[in-house]
Design a binder for this molecule. Structure first.
Ligand code: CTP
Length: 413
């Protein structure tokens, strides 16, 4: 169980990673490594052109399996590598997919092992994911655009392209997505879309309450749990907005991010978003108080050694206020709260759930979990509680999103 909780998001998946010829082959090496790190087993298949850019030895070392490059490879007992390899795969991912390779796919050509495999794969069982990579003029060419459209119609999933500087020195669309972006797309592809059609708003991180232009009050929240929840919700098919306090985490793929500093700014950003949402998850560690006055200039020490007397006012409780709204009360908005406690977690979490007026509250013991990549949670609802044992925050976020989806389903039936 513990083992499973730590397993990567692609654990148990077997992928064929196909490389066709293009300079983006150098990124495919990193992508292969990312797939393996995420728990997948990876069989690499390369076209002869791909072997001009990067050697099979590199991919063999990274995948831990000998690479196939030739339809006539004698290693397969029945001499049918194209059948055997494609039957074992949960998906074939071609990264990079060159313009030429896609043109050949489109016509059902089978003149190298990779295109032969794509053609021979059982259509209903082995999905094909393509990560195009080419010069911007090649990408924009009507032939390529036509081919992409037809490949989609034939059932392939096209994994976007990036924009920006290209190896040829030009700038534009056509760059292969970065390895981490590709990984995120593949993980999302395999994630059941239990939040399809839902609009999710997540608050995350600490807030910063200014005292003067150079000082303020904040806390040790890293934002990792909230960011992981936003990511898991996007993977599950939701449209996600993340309202983030001051943290230096990268924005999860597919997620819209609004950066704020203070609790007041977080409230002002979150309230209108929640008014359009169907799920609100309050994972932020919002400051309960802010200084009553923010000094316009830096507060200086005084000769008499007196410390400044700071007065505080209470911030709006974002979660409690939104949970009291008509939309939340009528069941159009499902609210989830968090509680970081230092003791007596279950009772505190139960009490906080009622006080905040939310159907679901997630408790954890802080502050030792702040900043860590793992955590252990307790989920409390009106009926009881469920413990989620120690696991990565990403794995816990996936579990929580599944639980929220289940609650939404129950409420709708
Ligand atoms: N929360 C919020 N706005 C605030 C304070 C808290 O939205 N101004 C949310 C947090 O995001 C979290 C939940 O309320 O989901 C609980 O936060 P916590 O700080 O643990 O609770 P408090 O209300 O501050 O309770 P206490 O200080 O008594 O522990």
């Amino acid at each position: 169980m513990e083992q499973e909780a730590y397993a990567g998001p692609l654990s148990g998946r077997h992928l064929v990673l196909g490389l066709s010829g293009g300079i983006a082959c150098y990124k495919a090496a990193e992508f292969c490594r990312a797939l393996v790190k995420a728990g997948a087993s990876v069989q690499v298949v390369m076209t002869p052109s791909a072997c001009q850019f990067i050697t099979p030895v590199t991919l063999q070392a990274l995948s831990g399996r000998t690479v196939f490059t030739d339809a006539w490879d004698a290693r397969e007992g029945n001499s049918m590598a194209h059948i055997n390899l494609s039957r074992q795969a949960d998906a074939i991912v071609v990264a990079p997919a060159s313009a030429d390779f896609m043109a050949r796919l489109l016509h059902g050509r089978a003149d190298d092992l990779l295109s032969l495999m794509c053609l021979a794969r059982p259509l209903g069982r082995v999905p094909l994911l393509l990560a195009p990579a080419m010069n911007r003029e090649m990408y924009a060419h009507p032939a390529t655009q036509r081919n992409l459209e037809q490949l989609r119609a034939d059932g392939a999933r096209v994994l976007g392209v990036g924009a920006g500087d290209q190896a040829c020195g030009e700038t534009g669309d056509g760059r292969m997505l970065e390895p981490q972006e590709l990984l995120e797309e593949v993980v999302a592809f395999f994630t059941p879309k239990v939040l399809a059609g839902q609009r999710v708003v997540v608050t995350a991180g600490p807030t910063y309450e200014a005292i003067d232009p150079v000082r303020g009050i904040t806390n040790l929240s890293s934002g990792k749990m909230g960011f992981a929840l936003a990511q898991a919700a996007w993977r599950a098919g939701a449209q996600v907005t993340l309202v983030a306090g001051p943290v230096s985490l990268p924005t999860p793929r597919g997620v819209q991010r609004v950066d704020v500093q203070s609790a007041q700014a977080m409230w002002q950003a979150t309230e209108p978003l929640a008014a359009q949402a169907s799920v609100f998850i309050a994972a932020a560690a919002v400051a309960d108080w802010r200084p009553a006055q923010v000094a316009g200039q830096k507060i200086k020490k005084t000769a008499d050694g007196q410390a400044p007397a700071l007065e505080f006012v209470q911030n709006t409780d974002i979660l409690a206020s939104i949970a009291r709204s008509d939309r939340a009360r009528s069941g159009q908005l499902y609210c989830v709260g968090f509680a970081a406690e230092s003791q007596d977690l279950l009772n505190q979490a139960r009490e906080k759930r009622v006080r905040k007026g939310v159907p679901l509250l997630v408790g954890n013991l802080g502050p030792q979990t702040f900043g860590r990549d793992d955590n252990a949670l307790i989920v409390v609802d009106a009926a009881g509680s469920e413990e989620l044992p120690r696991a990565s925050k990403a794995a816990l976020a996936t579990r929580l999103i599944e639980r929220i989806a289940l609650e939404l389903k129950k409420a709708a039936s």
